[in-house]
Design a protein. Structure first.
Length: 318
């Protein structure tokens, strides 16, 4: 959960972009071109050696408002918690806007929580450590990316990824939003504008519907943690439009790395109360199930299979 000292009456969102990340720079330019960001000259981070620039913006709807701080950094974002310490990083919510790389190089838009579910820290962060996740934000990121991509005839797939890479140590919930997956795609202003609009629209939704009196409220969203399947969560993402949100997801190839300590950490490092553990039953081997289910049963949180949730909505693809 977010420490109470970080709560304020007005929601503060920090957006992080990186100067040497082509897609991140394109998104940074789209934010400045589309929204009333102003240069900040007197912020405590202003003279940090890793900061290229700081901008701020305030958006209001009705009696609610949200403040954005846009930080453009000179360092790699995945290990930024080693450069800008957790105690220095401002905001109630961190959004990292980044490029996405894949072997296919296909254009895409995506979002995910960060974290390392085993000892592999090649992508930054600490071993066996996940960042604080927020199902509320991931729900709107994935939903709005899909909606805007369709409405604007952008025609690229939208993916929700499993937990991976750093940073892992920040005190606020942290969400990555990405544009992929080749240099041409990273430079695409349409995709960057979609991401910029998703970030800012989500901020408005949060402050009008989910953040009141310094408290977060998930309302009718069902916060889930997924287990099984592949990196792009094909069995889980069809459920998001129905109000299920996957705050953390463990792919099938990391199930056997899980321990009771990691399950406890997943609970502790989730902003909202978790409603369900959700298993991609067909995406788990027998050994995976035998290892995983006893760990989950210890928590008292209900365990659901994706097929159970799908039966409630027979129009979903099988």
């Amino acid at each position: 959960m977010i420490p109470s000292s970080l709560h304020r009456s007005t929601l503060q969102i920090t957006i992080v972009t990186a100067q040497d990340d082509i897609a991140s720079k394109t998104i940074f330019n789209a934010l400045l071109a589309s929204y009333p960001f102003e240069i900040v000259s007197n912020h405590p981070l202003r003279h940090h050696n890793s900061i290229q620039s700081l901008h701020c913006c305030k958006l209001s709807e009705g009696s609610s408002s949200v403040h954005f701080l846009l930080i453009n950094v000179l360092e790699k974002m995945t290990n930024l918690d080693e450069i800008i310490s957790p105690t220095e990083m401002p905001g109630d919510l961190l959004i990292f806007a980044s490029r996405h790389q894949s072997k296919s190089g296909r254009p895409s838009l995506m979002c995910h929580t960060t974290g390392n579910l085993n000892e592999d820290i090649a992508g930054g962060g600490q071993p066996f450590r996940i960042s604080i996740g927020t199902g509320i934000v991931l729900h709107y990121f994935f939903t709005l990316l899909s909606q805007y991509s369709t409405e604007r005839s952008f025609g690229v797939p939208v993916h929700h990824e499993v937990d991976h890479h750093g940073p892992t140590e920040y005190l606020q919930p942290l969400v990555y939003i990405e544009q992929g997956s080749s240099e041409d795609a990273w430079k695409d202003p349409i995709g960057a504008k979609i991401i910029a609009d998703v970030i800012m629209k989500t901020g408005i939704i949060l402050t009008t519907s989910h953040y009141h009196g310094n408290q977060w409220d998930k309302k009718d969203l069902k916060i889930c943690v997924g287990f099984g399947g592949g990196h792009y969560m094909p069995s889980f993402t069809p459920l998001i439009s129905l109000g299920y949100s996957f705050v953390h997801t463990v792919p099938k190839y990391k199930i056997l790395d899980l321990t009771s300590t990691m399950i406890e950490q997943i609970q502790q490092r989730t902003l909202e109360p978790i409603d369900f553990w959700v298993l991609d039953w067909k995406g788990l081997k027998s050994a995976d199930k035998q290892h995983l289910i006893p760990l989950l049963e210890q928590t008292g949180i209900p365990i659901k299979k994706t097929k159970e949730l799908r039966k409630l909505f027979p129009t979903l693809p099988k």
